[in-house]
Design a binder for this molecule. Structure first.
Ligand SMILES: Cc1cc2nc3c(=O)[nH]c(=O)nc-3n(C[C@H](O)[C@H](O)[C@H](O)COP(=O)(O)OP(=O)(O)OC[C@H]3O[C@@H](n4cnc5c(N)ncnc54)[C@H](O)[C@@H]3O)c2cc1C
Length: 475
């Protein structure tokens, strides 16, 4: 008899799981809350302009995955090179940060402060055996307080909405591009030989936005017999001892139930746990409440200019500006804007229901145009139109004790033999779409091969402390 597998959530992880399951001929249904698939990787189209939810790009170290994506997309997949910068104090710095750039663009006093504070932190690290507990420790221990205060601290605080003192150092190890100041200085003064770590500059991007990848994948799943149920929000899960027997979802105000043999869940870990209401202890409820997600609003502006800049991303460190990143979608694909026009998108981090979240589109535009002008990008007279989009579960907040709370939830869910939770939301991990896809594929294979004792291998895939971008397959 064919096994019936349910996939909760139709983002990159859930769709990849369903894609794999369909290839094996199993009966699969994807239950997705929104009216279209793609999750954080959707692309919205408006008046001939296309905007992702934060400009995405596809990179991966997994040759097989890259090969399959290229095959699936054919000529619709473009390649581009990234060129990103950091805008700070009226100057433009290379991204990833380069020591040479800092050295040449900062005044003598700032350079002296940076060097002295690096020496102080190195000595005190040795004497007091300082450990990397928080993000702040991680950076100060490697770069000194002056560079932390200039580049890393304000950006990180704006992104997460909390002081980097309260963010786990886990976030830094996979995301910060420089090694440490010693390494950088040695290379600057040619005291160290060998190849420095290089970055994958090339990346893949579909002609019609990142969402096109998942539209094509979902068409493939439907062709192979899979069922994609949209506008369906998972509300509860029914169990018999240690086995899940069915789930309920709400669709257009009606509650529906589907039976299943196994589940791959990619919905937020906290929401999944809350779907077992009769089985939750006070302790589990407390661990659930301790895990928070940072939300993001995106301001998408249609601009009557042919081009704005040649950068893929512009990072904005200073706290006085509302946005963390500025992007021009045309740099990823020329099909993102009609000919002769361009567009710009701002990523504005916030918490659900805070002042920024609730602020009107008009006020957000006014504030943002003033900030852009302050940064040297004056587009006020060229705005054709604008709209905002938003995501509630943008970033899992790596508080100092997030790993302990998360593990308690994994342990709770671990008692259900036929359930695996994976993906960015499902594992509460800051992962890229390629890892989400790999997780979905591996979870599907484990279900099919009855390897469910390997759940942890899937959930912690690619958690090695190595920079994601250094070992990517280049486009
Ligand atoms: C601003 C930003 C920029 C990014 N840039 C890049 C990039 O350049 N490159 C890259 O590789 N990655 C990037 N990422 C990360 C990438 O978007 C994620 O890794 C990827 O989307 C994770 O896929 P997922 O399927 O695990 O989760 P998601 O994409 O979040 O999908 C989860 C799905 O579950 C659905 N869902 C939630 N609750 C329910 C429910 N109760 N019932 C049913 N369905 C539900 C959601 O609607 C969603 O469709 C970026 C992320 C952000 C926020």
């Amino acid at each position: 008899m064919k096994k019936k597998i349910l996939v909760l959530g139709g983002g990159p992880c859930g769709l990849s799981a369903a894609w794999e399951i369909s290839k094996y001929g199993y009966d699969v249904a994807v239950v997705e809350k929104e009216s279209k698939v793609g999750g954080l990787c959707i692309t919205n189209e408006y008046k001939g302009f296309r905007f992702d939810l934060g400009g995405h790009r596809f990179i991966s170290k997994n040759k097989e995955l890259v090969g399959n994506v290229c095959k699936m997309m054919g000529k619709e997949l473009l390649t581009a090179n990234r060129k990103s910068v950091i805008l700070l104090q009226g100057k433009t710095f290379e991204y990833p940060l380069s020591a040479k750039d800092i050295f040449l663009k900062m005044d003598l006093w700032t350079n002296l402060k940076a060097f002295t504070s690096y020496l102080i932190s190195t000595v005190s690290r040795i004497i007091f055996r300082k450990k990397d507990i928080s993000f702040e420790d991680w950076i100060v221990n490697r770069f000194g307080r002056a560079l932390y205060n200039l580049f890393f601290g304000p950006y990180t605080e704006k992104l997460w909405g909390i002081s980097p003192k309260f963010i786990s150092s886990d976030w830094a190890s996979q995301r910060i591009s420089l090694l440490n100041l010693k390494e950088v200085l040695f290379r600057l003064f040619k005291l160290r030989k060998g190849t420095p770590r290089t970055y994958a500059k090339g990346y893949f991007y579909p002609k019609k936005g990142i969402g096109q990848m998942f539209d094509v994948m979902s068409e493939d799943i439907s062709k192979m017999g899979g069922n994609i149920i949209l506008n369906a929000s998972v509300s509860s899960i029914q169990v018999n001892n240690n086995t899940i027997e069915s789930i309920c979802y709400n669709q257009h105000g009606i509650t529906k139930r589907i039976d299943c043999d196994a589940i791959v869940s990619t919905i937020p870990l906290t929401d999944l746990v809350k779907a077992f209401p009769g089985y939750l202890t006070r302790d589990i409820i407390n661990h659930t409440s301790a895990l928070k997600f940072r939300s993001v609003r995106f301001l998408n502006i249609l601009v009557d200019l042919p081009d704005i800049s040649d950068n893929t991303w512009m990072y904005v460190s200073e706290g006085k500006y509302i946005m963390t990143r500025i992007q021009e979608p045309k740099r990823r694909s020329p099909f993102s804007a009609p000919e002769g026009k361009t567009s710009i998108m701002l990523e504005i981090p916030c918490n659900e229901n805070d002042e920024i979240w609730n602020c009107s589109e008009e006020s957000l535009l006014k504030r943002s145009l003033a900030d852009l002008k302050g940064l040297g990008i004056d587009i006020q007279d060229f705005v054709i139109d604008y709209f905002t989009t938003s995501v509630v579960h943008g970033y899992p907040v790596y508080s100092l004790d997030y790993a302990m709370h998360r593990q308690k939830l994994f342990d709770f869910l671990g008692q259900y033999d036929n359930l695996i939770t994976c993906g960015r939301q499902g594992t509460f991990r800051y992962i890229f779409m390629d890892t989400a896809m790999e997780m979905g594929i591996t979870a599907a294979q484990n279900l099919i091969l009855d390897n469910l004792d390997k759940k942890a291998d899937v959930q912690f895939m690619r958690s090695e402390e190595e920079l994601i971008e250094t070992t990517s397959v280049t486009a």
